[in-house]
Design a binder for this molecule. Structure first.
Ligand code: GDD
Ligand code: MG
Length: 381
């Protein structure tokens, strides 16, 4: 039985205000907390035990996932008093692993949607004798990731986390956020202090001549860390572009969860998901969007590639493209919100306050103050 560590302690700051009250891995993607998709795929690959390495909003994980029985897994939870970084979190969580020093341990970043053959990565690692095997993928712009050049045999030559100068852009191969460690390599990570696996552990292994393997896999891959990626990942799951055993309904152009109320004259498409208790009124058009539980979209509104927060309200005839609406926010009727706008949790936007990309956005001072989130900021990374 394979063991795994799931890194879920990050703050998800690029997804604020959605992550103000909900950790990124628990945000609903295609109708269920994102981790449900990752856990289902891990279980399919023969993973039996998963240790959650938690920190930010740590107390919210166990009430949903429990002991893991309904996912066919045994789950454990470890909380860092202070965030220990990715490497420190792996070392800390390994206290709950049971395998011997030569056993493979899978490690997953908690925000990656991929079609990777996890079992093949683990089996290849076992056969190779490497200290670590990492899943690599290719992206057109690697600057926001860890760059991982390899030789013809798949041996990792360097690990350059988020390169800052153009001369470091030596490859389009990036760390895809899934590793197989030989357990003894985890035990060599320093205990009880902040360690970045990307900036310290991997470069350290390479400097000491250890065998680190990279496996380039060009199947579906997405880091859901930005609003644009978040809506894309959800829509791709809904449409079956990337399969998930955890999808709570049939693949199609839209997924409407039980208890949602969608008027027959509303139009849903492009992989939109409508969460439990959400309401879509007549004549609304919602494409490629995530409508979280309890949200309301009024008549005639047009919503494209946006995230509509829990129990928020989008007024009649509003137009939203690539907008994030925080939980409990209210957008008055007739607003046309510019692409990239984020509305803070609980904020209120008066009717027809914004008709184009004009700024600033008038919101109630009280609600903005309580949200702690700037009411207008670009959604770009
Ligand atoms: N427990 C714990 N403690 N988890 C953490 C901590 C911590 O202190 N810091 C981050 N994490 C978790 C996050 O919750 C996430 O699941 C994972 O570690 C990676 O953090 P991100 O914040 O998503 O990192 P990133 O996307 O900028 O970069 C990472 O992923 C890229 C692939 O998407 C790096 O691993 C890059 O090298 C990689 O290319
Ligand atoms: Mg990430």
């Amino acid at each position: 039985m394979t063991e795994a560590i799931l890194l879920v302690g990050g703050q998800g700051s690029r997804l604020r205000p959605l992550t103000s009250h909900t950790p990124k891995p628990l945000l609903h993607v295609a109708g269920v907390p994102f981790l449900a998709h990752q856990l289902a795929r891990a279980a399919e690959a023969g993973v039996g035990r998963v240790v959650f390495a938690t920190s930010y909003l740590a107390e919210l994980f166990e009430p949903y996932f429990g002991d893991g029985e309904r996912f066919g897994l045994h789950l454990e939870y470890v909380t860092e008093d202070q965030p220990l970084g990715t490497g420190g979190a792996i070392r800390n969580a390994a206290r709950r692993l049971r395998g011997g020093p030569d056993e493979p341990v899978l490690v997953f970043n908690g925000d990656i949607l991929s079609g990777l053959d996890i079992a093949a990565l683990r089996d290849g690692h076992r056969a190779s004798g490497a200290a670590v095997t990492m899943h690599l993928t290719r992206v057109p712009d690697p600057r926001a990731f860890g760059l991982v050049p390899t030789d013809a045999d798949g041996r990792v030559l360097a690990f350059l986390e988020k390169p800052e100068s153009p001369d470091q852009l030596v490859t389009d191969q990036i760390n895809a956020g899934c590793y197989v460690f030989t357990r003894s390599a985890i035990d060599r990570i320093p205990d009880g202090r902040v360690v970045s696996v990307e900036r310290e552990t991997f470069p350290g292994l390479l400097a000491s001549g250890e065998f680190v393997r990279g496996v380039v896999d060009d199947t579906y891959w997405l880091d859901l860390g930005t609003p644009a990626a978040f809506v894309k990942g959800s829509a791709d799951l809904v449409r079956g572009v990337v399969p998930s055993p955890a999808l709570p309904g049939p693949v199609g152009e839209a997924l409407v969860l039980d208890g949602a109320d969608v008027h027959p004259d509303a139009v849903l498409g492009e992989g939109t998901v409508v969460g439990e208790g959400a309401h879509i009124a007549a004549g609304a058009v919602v494409n490629g969007s995530v409508v979280l539980p309890g949200a309301r979209i009024a008549a005639g509104a047009r919503v494209h590639r946006s995230v509509i927060g829990r129990h928020s309200v989008v007024g009649a005839d509003c137009v939203l493209d690539s907008v994030v609406v925080g939980d409990g926010a209210t957008i008055g009727a007739g607003n046309e919100l510019p692409s990239g706008l984020r509305i803070g949790c609980g904020a209120t936007l008066a009717a027809e306050a914004v008709r184009t990309s004009a700024a600033p956005i008038p919101c109630t001072a009280q609600s903005l103050a309580s949200s702690g989130v700037p009411h207008a900021s670009p959604a770009a990374r």
